[in-house]
Design a protein around this ligand. Structure first.
Ligand code: C2E
Ligand code: SIN
Ligand code: SIN
Ligand code: FE
Ligand code: FE
Length: 417
């Protein structure tokens, strides 16, 4: 072979070798690129997961805040549903709660429905999706509602809502089923494990919301019942006191109504009125400590008897102040015989040292006492009592209270005969 041919052959061989090397290098590069892309994809997925988990956490925080911050179960359940709708990306969601008496699941809250028919849903336990005879502790799903509609309990809903998939998670608290969280899609949908987990977590949040609201309602009802029972007891006491004091039927109730009216006119707030009411009902409870021979004496009291009689507001203080529930109601029983000019009893308080409720009550007390018969005198006419009360203004009684009282009886035309 000529020398130059030989060298050409060598050159060709070299080129082929380089080309092979280039191909290998290219392949490696392509592989590296693929790897990079794969890693980038993985990173993107990881990022998405982190973002969606963050959103889930934020959703749960919103629900926690709603549970802690609100005493209104409807409102809290609505927050749960809003989060279910946005985080699970469903078209509609509802919470049905188990009525403890009927064992029927009744609509409690809904979001995303086109019609109101969901609000009438009543699911009997056992009437679930085909084959499910009880609410078990697992998610139930129907992924083709059109085909399964005969087995689906909400058949009436389907007609106008156009749902395709249905998922339901039981709301369980301390091992007891309290209801269900239902979510609906109008397009086909296949959930992943994260989605199913979050549906369960939301059902758990609903369980906490229901439980805390139930406890609060129970507590409020118990409190209300207790207070109602107390107030009925007070009315009973107050009638018993009237009987012993030779009072006319309904006297305590009457002075109480008038005092409440006067206090409202004077701008006393609702919370205070509760105590004014209790205080007025019990204004003379201290007379329980006055012996019959003095209290029921058909004649004027002697000086010694007066000393004992004037103790009745102090007896009221001794009797009521140990009762926390009645301590704020003490103003009237303790201070209703104080006088504006400081000459009253038991402490000789003067002017605004006397609690407002007691200043107002003193006018009503004198009015009603003098309008009634007593064993030691006949009742006075309205004009005579009005004239008498006006004459006490500025000495025995607070002028503005007297004025307000006169306004009240002229407006009401209270039995002026
Ligand atoms: P009460 O009968 O409930 O009377 C409440 C207040 O209405 C009296 O407070 C007084 O300010 C006025 N009041 C009642 N009746 C008369 C009256 O006939 N004339 C005049 N000017 N004011 C009258 P007070 O005076 O501190 O009396 C407290 C309680 O002492 C009375 O409650 C009543 O239970 C008893 N009391 C007062 N006077 C007599 C009396 O002469 N005989 C007897 N047995 N008890 C009397
Ligand atoms: C009365 O006059 O019967 C008792 C009331 C009072 O002394 O002011
Ligand atoms: C009372 O102190 O019993 C009220 C006065 C009355 O109306 O008899
Ligand atoms: Fe009194
Ligand atoms: Fe009275």
């Amino acid at each position: 072979m000529p020398k130059h041919t030989n060298s050409l052959h060598n050159q060709n061989q070299e080129k082929e070798k380089r080309a092979d090397e280039l191909i290998i290098a290219n392949k490696e590069l392509a592989f590296q690129n693929e790897e990079k892309e794969k890693r980038a994809d993985e990173l993107a997925i990881a990022n998405e997961n982190i973002v969606s988990q963050l959103q889930n956490i934020q959703a749960l925080q919103k629900i926690d805040r709603a549970i802690l911050g609100s005493q209104d179960l409807d409102l809290t359940l609505h927050v749960v549903l809003e989060q279910a709708k946005s985080e699970l990306k469903v078209d509609a969601a509802a919470i049905l709660l188990l009525s403890p008496y009927s064992q029927i699941l009744e609509f409690a809250a809904g979001i995303g429905f086109r019609s109101k028919s969901i609000e009438h849903s009543r699911l009997r336990l056992g009437e679930g999706i085909g084959g499910h005879t009880e609410l078990e502790e697992a998610i139930v799903s129907v992924t083709n509602l059109a085909e399964n509609s005969t087995e689906f309990a909400h058949t009436s809903l389907l007609a106008n809502e156009g749902f395709v998939t249905y998922f339901r998670a039981p709301i369980i608290f301390k091992g007891e089923v309290r209801g269900v969280l239902e979510v609906f899609h109008r397009l086909p949908f296949t959930p992943d494990q994260d989605w199913l987990n979050f549906l369960e977590i939301l059902a758990g949040q609903a369980a906490i919301a229901v439980d805390s609201a139930t406890n609060l309602t129970k507590l409020q009802n118990a409190n209300r019942e207790l207070f109602n029972a107390y107030d009925s007891t007070l009315e009973g006491w107050s009638r018993a006191l009237d009987l012993r004091d030779n009072e006319t039927e309904g006297h305590s109730q009457r002075v109480t109504e008038m005092t409440i009216k006067l206090a409202k006119m004077a701008g006393v707030n609702e919370a205070e009125l509760v105590h004014v009411r209790r205080g007025a009902l019990l204004h003379d409870i201290g007379k329980m400590g006055i012996p019959d021979n003095i209290l029921l004496k058909p004649d004027k009291l002697s000086e010694e008897e007066w000393i004992i009689m004037r103790k009745h507001p102090f007896f009221a203080f001794k009797l009521l102040s140990p009762i926390a529930y009645l301590r704020p109601a003490l103003d009237i029983p303790y201070c209703h015989h104080e006088k504006w000019d400081g000459s009253g009893y038991p402490r000789g308080l003067k002017g605004e040292q006397i609690p407002l409720a007691a200043r107002l009550f003193a006018v009503v007390d004198i009015w009603d006492a003098l309008r009634s018969d007593r064993p030691y005198r006949k009742s006075w006419t309205a004009e005579k009592v009005i004239g008498y009360i006006k004459s006490l203004s500025g000495t025995h009684l607070e002028p503005s209270s007297v004025e307000l009282f006169m306004k009240m009886i002229s407006e009401d035309e209270i039995d002026v005969n």
